[in-house]
Ligand binder design. Sequence first.
Ligand code: DGJ
Length: 541
Amino acid sequence: MKTLTLIAVLFFTTCAQVFAQQQPIPSLVGKGTSTQLIVHGKPYLLLGGELGNSTASDPAALRQYWKRFQELNLNTILVPVYWELIEPEEGKFDFSLLDTVLVNARKYKLKVILLWFGAWKNSMSCYVPGWVKKDDERFPRARTKEGRSQEILTAFSRANLESDKKAFLALMEYLKKADSKHHTVIMVQVENEIGSIPDARDYHPLAETAFQAPVPSELLKRLQELRENKTLSTHIDTLWRTSGYKTYGTWKEIFGENVYTDELFMAWYYATYVEELAQAGKAVYALPMFVNAALPRLGRKPGQYPGAGPLPHLMEVWQTAAPHIDMLSPDIYFPDFERWCTLYTQRENPLFIPEARNSHEAAANVFYAIGHAHALGFSPFAIEHVDPQNGRLAQAYSILAQLTPVILEHKGKPTMDAVLLTKDHPVDTISFGEYTMVASYEPNDPYARKPLEEDAKGACLVIQLSTDEFLVAGSGVILTFHSNVASKPNAGILSIDEGRYEKGKWISGRRLNGDESHQGRHTRLPYFEFKIHNVKLYQYH
Ligand code: DGJ
């Protein structure tokens, strides 16, 4: 009997090991008009949260939050890896902080995205090790126009790049060893919010030499192709036009002498730097990799904002210089959330939002990002400070987690859309074949338990299941339905059922054909709770 048990245990352990070894590495694949993240061989919807900068530097500080991440219904956390803490002494690596993250993430059934706080973190070099900071001869700094050295490593030094790359590769090698059977870590962000400040460009002598050199032909070739296809951005076209579209010369000769040329130049060299890390990192362990951007305020110029990062007006440059970077990702803290989503879905860029304000609006924005912009995922910043009980995010994520299989099926197709409404943008419409839906902002919840936030947002995601059947999910929105069929110009509601998904199966709850739908005139998603409705429509003359 004992022998049988032993054989059975050995058999199942071997099967589990073989299964684990066969698990494909996370990847990105195109789906319809969007991109799908694949984890353990299956599409994955990333309901994330990014840790505040310092929490992961101390396991004791992080320990108290693991349960909270579950209560918030997250499936992924974004966690910094600090160069100074993994390589406190040159060439001696310590991954114990990362081990704690991996062990706990597995225990709490979470996936992890690592943020490489290497040479740059929000333009600065605050996370480079002390031995780098203190050796400014070996590791040169960026300089201002006046020649003042900054606490910023210059992107033009081989020594800076090599040391950063060595540490990054040590991380990727460690990940391969420690995690390739689990795939707890599903993506890696390379550096953090790269940008040039306080000037639009670096004036270190090495940077000067590059600035006086010809613009790389690889970039000009790509810009020419884009121009021929009429897909060159107006921004770059305007700069280039000043030289009559010259195809050989220095940055100044080709794009003119101004801060935007400086920015273009820096973008190219930041991107080629990052490309070298990503390419080498993927050769070790090919996880999807991305870079994130600090977005500029309207009306500011490069240098006044951290210039040259992976910004929408520099996409052509970043995409050309860094083909091993899979996406350019916006950190959206501004209120015009929709605009940034649109800008970051240009040029086939897969949308992922690694940072966003963690206020109540996050709970609405995530519906828009996923439902309208077909994002891979969303992740508010400083997630450990979000209260699962009082905040709206836990509810929103719960609904989205239930809907995940349906969302992933409809991702990249015209059968999924969403609206985001505020008091200043109170009405929007979306259409699905034979029906048009008018969405109105409805913050007045008849069952309101607390006053509405000043900048409350309503959000509603709609998925068309068949010609006449829709899933409607969100909060703070009233939807009315209209027929697009001339012979039957009216749309009626057959039924509205609220309900939930359990393990991908729809469980119907209350039928809402009375007061809750104003006797069949509309469907209403109350502001103070997130709901899913199954709505069946019909048309009549
Ligand atoms: C954006 C950065 O990427 C984060 O690391 C953090 O500094 C936040 N800003 C703070 O708002």
